[in-house]
Design a protein around this ligand. Structure first.
Ligand SMILES: [Zn+2]
Length: 321
């Protein structure tokens, strides 16, 4: 230890608080038993978060002060003197006591768990927290899509009976062209197939919400990747789940990020890949409206587009893009 650390004064009472000295005292505190005023074997301590980086803040001053009060008999008068309480000097009873307790038998080993600085908010963890929150939004979009599918089926059974149901069928036809079928039964079985995709997504979202798993941040696999997911991974309980590319996702609006989550969920939980226009161009965005019935059924964006529009006001179902 080279200079004093701890409670900052002013003018001639300045305390150096050199980072390596701060870290040295923190190291001693981490070697000491909790009963002695230390933190040995305890989980990462928020109160030491800055101090472990070499910064003396009010939390560390509090730890030092409590330590001095705990050992006031041994270190007096440093526990009470205005110039020494809340501080550790290179030559002091406080430092001697810290070292003595840190070297007690059984206290010589560093804590078994690596000492982390607590849940620091990295850009990655912030994006993941946001994505997890938006899974709830995506789940409500998914619910809207399932409702639209149900109403569309009602419209197939009783066309012209309910304008609302008819409107739902218009949206389903925009995304999946089930009106290409001559027989209603085929159109209805398509709707059941589409619905099954959203059912799997519902199960997947329930698991994400309870376990917090299946969401990751990672590097792009292809240069243009915004996010990606293994097709059909959910059926295999593949923990790779959905991966977001930080640089491409962090500035997206909540709506765009929800749309990305939905699209990747169609891949992951729905087991649907892209339909490649001309064998090479994935049918993204409004290109979905150009696909035939059988093409759309194999195209992830057709499903995510349905969910994207289904959660809007029904008046927009026939026109929104
Ligand atoms: Zn995709």
């Amino acid at each position: 230890m080279t200079a004093a650390i701890g409670r900052q004064g002013s003018g001639g009472d300045r305390v150096a608080n050199r980072p390596q000295d701060v870290k040295e005292v923190v190291k001693l505190l981490l070697l000491m038993e909790p009963a002695d005023g230390g933190f040995r074997g305890l989980p990462p301590q928020p109160a030491l978060q800055s101090a472990e980086q070499g910064i003396c803040d009010e939390f560390l001053v509090g730890v030092i002060t409590r330590f001095q009060n705990r050992w006031s008999q041994e270190i007096k008068p440093e526990a009470t003197d205005k110039g020494t309480s809340g501080r550790v000097f290179p030559v002091s009873r406080t430092l001697t006591q810290l070292r003595l307790l840190a070297s007690k038998p059984g206290a010589a080993k560093p804590p078994a768990a690596p000492v982390k600085t607590g849940p620091a908010a990295t850009p990655e963890s912030q994006l993941l927290a946001r994505a997890k929150k938006l899974v709830t939004t995506a789940d409500s979009w998914r619910d809207s899509a399932e409702k639209v599918l149900y109403w569309a089926k009602c419209a197939l059974d009783s066309p012209g009976q309910n304008a609302f149901n008819d409107q739902a069928l218009v949206l389903v036809n925009r995304c999946f062209k089930v009106n290409e079928h001559i027989f209603t039964t085929f159109a209805k079985s398509d709707i059941d197939r589409i619905k099954a995709v959203f059912r799997n997504i519902a199960d997947f979202y329930a698991a994400v919400k309870t376990s917090g798993e299946y969401l990751n941040v990672g590097p792009p696999i292809r240069p243009d990747d915004i996010a990606y997911a293994p097709v059909g991974g959910w059926a295999r309980k593949d923990k790779a789940g959905l991966t977001f590319v930080l640089a491409k996702c962090k500035d997206k609006s909540d709506e765009d990020l929800t749309d990305i989550i939905m699209h990747e969920s169609v891949h992951f939980a729905g087991g649907i890949d892209h339909y490649l226009i001309g064998g090479k161009d994935p049918a993204y965005g409004s290109k979905v409206f150009t696909l035939t019935n059988s093409q759309a059924l194999q195209n992830a964006s057709s499903y995510s587009y349905l969910a994207y529009i289904a959660r809007m006001n029904p008046a927009l179902w026939s026109t929104a893009t």
